[in-house]
Ligand binder design. Structure first.
Ligand code: FES
Length: 347
């Protein structure tokens, strides 16, 4: 019985999932509208399926220059902690498992499935349906990529600190919009204005300072308050993983939860490179996925740092235009070779 629901969900392509997210976006609370779109880009179904089908998985992972932990099955309770809806994870997980175990013949479309389960989660958690849709989306895709056994086996714990948990969706939206005060004579300041970048909304005080017009990755390197490298090898320099600092490697991709409009416009190169890396998103001047080594801040911003990076645009989506790479500036030789391969072989 369980297999039927999971198998049914398995029939849908990444495009169909993304189209359903887009369709239901107006019904999702503003607090999670960017977050759920970012989450789906952090865990692309097409990449998951490509790796599942690979003859030599380890070799394929190397070929795609994947670094870090990209597998949802290792992060069943945590991948979505940056969604406001994560606080309803326990109820969401229970409702999805119940649906998986009760349905023998699922035939509803994706939007109806998400809406049905969101209603139930809302009822059980005492929350509005607009606040539960995002976590239901993430939960269903987690089921697809993890399988029912692993999904059921996770603890289902909420991973937000107590202080943050008390905040309402409205509080969070207001916090994201606010810029740091520049003091009494702030209006006289020009280049020396300082702002903050929050890199983890699930923790209190998880932010670093940034000078007006500074790249996010440059500012993040100055924060040495924690042993970042011990948390994630890719974070050898500071809060945000970096390698080339010239939009050549894709290591520094981040999702922008708030303050998107206070970042610099995406440059043609940044936009093009993100396609090569496989970080797909709608074409916008200030998109919700950015390269932190390129995006400059002109106010406070709230970001989320993915647990991995890779170069999979050509192999997975085949939408990469030919690109002249700049001279290599990074010590990561293998990474450079993979990027060059992804570009030079593409017509
Ligand atoms: S550090 Fe390489 S793309 Fe930003």
């Amino acid at each position: 019985m369980t297999a039927n629901f999971t198998e049914y969900l398995n029939q849908f392509s990444e495009q169909e999932w993304l189209a359903t997210v887009e369709k239901l976006l107006p019904e999702i609370h503003e607090v999670d509208r960017n977050a759920i779109q970012i989450w789906f880009r952090f865990y692309p179904l097409s990449l998951f399926r490509y790796l599942e089908a690979a003859e030599n998985r380890e070799q394929t992972i190397q070929q795609l220059a994947i670094q870090g932990d990209f597998e949802l099955k290792n992060q069943i309770d945590s991948s979505h902690k940056f969604l406001f809806g994560h606080r309803f994870w326990k109820e969401t997980k229970a409702a999805i498992v119940a649906r998986a175990e009760s349905n023998t013949n699922e035939s509803n479309d994706l939007a109806s499935i998400v809406t049905d389960i969101s209603k139930e989660v809302g009822k059980n958690a005492g929350a509005k349906e607009c606040l539960t849709k995002s976590i239901v989306f993430a939960g269903l895709m987690t089921l697809v990529q993890s399988g029912i056994a692993a999904f059921k086996a996770s603890k289902g714990e909420v991973q937000i600190d107590a202080k943050q948990l008390k905040k309402s969706a409205k509080d969070i939206i207001a916090e994201r919009a606010k810029d740091d005060s520049q003091g009494v004579f702030g209006f006289l300041k020009t280049v020396d204005k300082k702002y903050s970048v929050c890199y983890d909304e699930t923790e209190s005080n998880a932010s670093f300072r940034i000078i007006n017009d500074e790249e996010i990755a440059t500012a993040s390197a100055k924060d040495q308050t924690k042993d970042w490298k011990a948390m994630d090898e890719r974070r050898w320099e500071g809060v945000i993983p970096v390698e080339c600092r010239s939009s050549s490697c894709g290591t520094c991709w981040v999702g922008v939860l708030g303050g998107q409009e206070k970042l610099s416009d995406v440059s043609p190169r940044e936009k093009r490179q993100m396609k090569i890396f496989g970080y797909n998103q709608p074409e916008e001047e200030k998109p919700f996925i950015r390269l932190a080594c390129q995006a400059k801040a002109f106010g406070n911003a709230t970001i989320v740092i993915p647990t991995w990076n890779g170069v999979f645009g050509k192999k997975i989506y085949g939408n990469v235009e030919r690109l002249e790479l700049e001279p290599a500036t990074t010590s990561a030789v293998k990474l450079r070779e993979t990027i060059a391969d992804a570009s030079n072989n593409t017509k």
